[in-house]
Design a protein around this ligand. Structure first.
Ligand code: ADP
Length: 293
């Protein structure tokens, strides 16, 4: 999968239909077969349908877990409209009622691997998307810099504006990637194993940062993780996918009480948290061994 930044100048979706507020994201009967029609053909997703309703004034985080290769990243790439993966072989991917046609500023993607520009400073990395959409956003250079500085401070990097990525730690670089994406105020944030390259204490710091930010943004966040503990800590909902061809095998709502601004270490020591992780881990094991889903 590409770890490179994707230019997101165009809103990659067709015109919105009139009527009641459509779901934020809806997948309808999605199948994705890679290398279709060749001997290498592989069906990663099949009959995958779900909808995430719009909750006005409310952020929601959906954590997606499942066996390796079950199509988790493929789901995010389809929602993003990433050209290497989009369109699906069958079915539809809709964002706010409009069929996706490509990447758009309304959807921000954050990858495991640091995906910013090595030859740009922190400030210029964060202004990148603003520059690309400058005309549409109607921002002056000063306004772009001001907005970028605000986000750099929000992710805890004030004072590092003029540094280059190689002068930062892995955790700091991931903070840049988060600021770079969030400065565009995406309504949907797609995170693909964003913290798995980080050491444990840094991971806890990032989890804490994220629980604060996504509620403020009132965005819908999808996070793919291989860590059940991380899914349970971060997720308002946890979706467990079946082995490929992947679909949603089990869903867990309200697995633990809200963790907004909570200390991940304290929460993760609690009995309620350990019980929830145990329940999800048990279901994961069942689904992986083909006894459920
Ligand atoms: P996960 O994120 O759950 O580990 P992925 O969505 O990355 O799984 O991949 C699902 C399956 O589809 C894997 O077997 C993978 O090898 C295959 N796959 C993913 N992207 C491509 C591609 N661009 N071309 C061919 N096969 C792919």
């Amino acid at each position: 999968m590409s770890g490179q930044p994707t230019p997101q100048a165009a809103e990659g979706a067709a015109p919105a239909p009139a009527g009641p507020r459509p779901p934020v994201v809806e997948l309808i009967g999605v199948e994705k077969t890679f290398d279709a029609g060749t001997p290498k053909a592989f069906t990663a997703l099949k009959d995958l349908s779900f909808r995430v309703d719009d909750l006005p004034g409310h952020g929601e985080l959906i954590a997606i877990i499942g066996p390796s290769g079950c199509g988790k990243s493929t789901v995010l790439n389809l929602i993003q409209g990433f050209p290497d993966v989009y369109p699906p072989t069958r079915g539809q991917v809709r964002v706010r009622g409009r069929q996706v046609v490509g990447p758009g500023r309304d959807r921000g993607m954050i990858f495991q691997r640091y995906s910013s520009f090595p030859n740009r400073t922190v400030l210029r990395n964060v202004t990148f998307g603003l520059e690309l959409n400058r005309r549409e956003l109607g921002l002056s250079r000063r306004q772009m810099d001001e907005l970028a500085r605000q986000w750099i401070a929000r992710v805890g990097l004030a004072g590092h504006e003029n540094k280059y990525p190689h002068q930062l730690s892995g955790g700091q670089r991931q903070r840049v990637a988060i600021a770079r994406s969030l400065v565009l105020k995406p309504r949907i944030i797609l995170m693909d194993e964003p913290f798995s390259a980080l050491d444990e204490p840094t991971r806890y710091d990032m989890q804490k940062l994220i629980t604060g930010l996504w509620h403020d943004l009132e965005a819908t966040v999808f996070i793919v993780t291989h860590s059940i503990a991380e899914a349970v800590f971060l997720g308002d909902r946890v979706w467990l996918m079946t082995p490929a061809p992947g679909r949603i095998g089990r869903t867990f709502d309200d697995v633990i009480p809200p963790t907004r601004d909570a200390d991940p270490l304290l929460v993760q020591e609690s009995r309620a948290f350990k019980d929830a992780v145990g329940e999800v881990a048990h279901a994961f094991h069942e689904i992986q061994s083909g006894r459920a889903g």
